[in-house]
Design a protein around this ligand. Structure first.
Ligand SMILES: [Zn+2]
Length: 394
């Protein structure tokens, strides 16, 4: 039925759809639509209007995510993203995927459009809340007890927004309503800009490992302690930071960040006695990550021997990457493939159902900031690629 008469999604159409959403939560320092707030409720009213215009019925799942579903019984292929934002975010992160989703659903009968609850996790540090609840990978008790900066718990915030937190554990029953999920999202890097492509297919989400290191040396006078008598924890940590990066072998897809450090006593004229250091490593290849950790552990042993500083290395967290569904990727034929280094709802769903992502070129790579920008012509090209993809899959 969808066939010859289906018109292409245009930049003008996307601009018009987004115009209703953009003023909501917009302030001098960008867009702020945190989960379970009045701004979010206003954004959800926009979702409602978009759904109604597309002939879809809106339902809310037990995690508070919105589902715009067709009259035909499920399970359905679905698209969408999220309408919440970080504090002082941009116009397109999440919003573009939902707007494009309605443009696609209007042209392709039988497609559902989702807006996941609290994707950014900016208020309660609960990123991808709605999708994790849906796939049954949310620690419900832990999440509900979390409090925001004002001491309001997530459970109370949900209740205020009209969602019963007591139903949260029932969210996974809704997953059976989906055949699969394809999300359109802005690129948060300059990868597509470098490739000269308006849109790309995400092959996988990178694997990620967070290492915690503790260095124990000895506090001494910075002026009177001779070199051979020092046990300088910070000097050892500095050498390890350099080693961690070198052990990634210059691979452009292997990102190493020494992201956080605490120094004791952190005082002028005292040789540092203790350092705690956290290093984040991300790469598409999980075996590479394990090898990197092993090599770093060996380097710690050498360094401890050479400096007389005690070094303890532990893996604070580790998540294997997600390869998106091969059939979904095949349906995105013609788009260049990329690896994504951030988390997304589609990546969470990919743990349980076929899923994929289409990225839109971001000329500056900036996101989570008001300067975030895309050319809506590129977004329209991506939306049309999504339309073709879902046509093939559904
Ligand atoms: Zn997003």
């Amino acid at each position: 039925m969808a066939g010859a008469a289906v018109s292409a999604v245009t930049a003008a159409e996307l601009r018009e759809r987004l115009a209703g959403l953009e003023p909501i939560g917009l302030g001098e320092d960008g867009t702020t639509r945190l989960a379970w707030t009045a701004e979010l409720a206003a954004a959800e009213r926009w979702f409602d209007e978009q759904a109604r215009a597309a002939g879809l019925r809106v339902e809310r799942d037990p995690a508070g995510s919105l589902w715009a579903v067709p009259a035909a019984p499920g399970p359905w292929w679905a698209t969408g993203s999220h309408v919440d934002s970080v504090r002082g975010g941009g116009r397109y992160d999440g919003a573009l995927g939902v707007a494009a989703g309605f443009a696609v659903a209007e042209r392709l009968p039988g497609i559902a459009v989702l807006s996941f609850a609290d994707e950014e996790g900016a208020r309660f540090n609960t990123p991808t809340f709605g999708s994790r609840a849906l796939v049954g990978r949310l620690d419900v008790a832990d999440a509900l007890a979390r409090a925001d900066d004002d001491g309001v718990t997530l459970a109370a915030a949900m209740r205020d927004a009209g969602v019963d937190p007591g139903g949260l554990a029932d969210a996974p029953a809704w997953l059976a309503r989906l055949r699969g999920f394809v999300e359109l999202h802005i690129d948060q890097t300059r990868d597509l800009e470098r490739l000269g492509a308006p849109a790309g297919a995400v092959r996988s989400l990178a694997s990620r490992m967070r290492l915690a290191l503790a260095f124990s040396g000895r506090a001494d006078h910075a002026g009177t302690t001779r070199r051979d008598e020092r046990r300088d924890a910070l000097a050892a940590a500095a050498r390890l930071i350099v080693a961690a990066d070198e052990l990634a072998g210059g691979d452009p897809d292997f990102l190493v960040t020494a992201a956080r450090m605490q120094v004791e006593p952190n005082a002028f004229t005292t040789v540092p006695s203790g350092v705690r250091l956290w290093i984040d490593g991300r790469t598409p290849d999980p075996t590479q990550l394990a090898a990197w950790r092993d090599a770093l552990a060996a380097r710690c042993a050498e360094l401890a021997e050479a400096t007389d500083v005690g070094i303890e290395l532990t893996t604070a967290s580790h998540s294997d990457g997600i390869a998106f569904d091969p059939d979904v990727r095949a349906a995105m034929a013609g788009l260049p493939e990329l690896v994504c280094f951030a988390g997304h709802d589609a990546g969470i769903l990919a743990q349980r159902i076929p899923a994929g992502m289409i990225f839109v070129r971001n000329p500056t790579g900036v996101s989570h900031a008001p300067e975030e920008d895309v050319d809506l012509e590129d977004a329209a090209a991506a939306a049309n690629a999504m339309l073709a993809t879902l046509e093939r899959l559904a």
